[in-house]
Design a protein. Structure first.
Length: 108
């Protein structure tokens, strides 16, 4: 969830600067999202993947977007409109990150 939207909710810096809340994104995408709530920009991402206006990068297919979410350890349910509260999001993302790290180590 983007820092600007969490700041608007009044969260302290230590709450929104969680490692599980960081995702690398192109500057253009960060600027386009701005301080929009996750409910808004994930709805717009879903529309973009369903033939709608391109607002955030060049991904226009749901399968590609879901692959991108998986690669970034983000719950795929976000694209389907299921936006958990911030703490539930952090918990789920930490699990996905841990699973990916475990898979990397097992592949060594």
């Amino acid at each position: 969830m983007f820092r600007k939207s969490l700041k608007k909710l009044g969260l302290a810096r230590g709450r929104y600067n969680q490692i599980a809340n960081f995702v690398l994104a192109q500057s253009e995408i960060n600027i386009a999202i701005g301080d929009k709530a996750p409910e808004k920009y994930f709805q717009e991402l879903a529309e973009q993947c369903d033939g709608g206006k391109k607002r955030y990068g060049g991904i226009t297919k749901a399968a590609q977007m879901n692959a991108n979410l998986r690669a970034n350890c983000l719950p795929e349910t976000l694209l389907g409109g299921t936006i958990p509260n911030y703490d539930a999001f952090l918990e789920e993302r930490r699990k996905l990150m841990a699973r990916k790290i475990q898979q990397w180590f097992e592949a060594l």
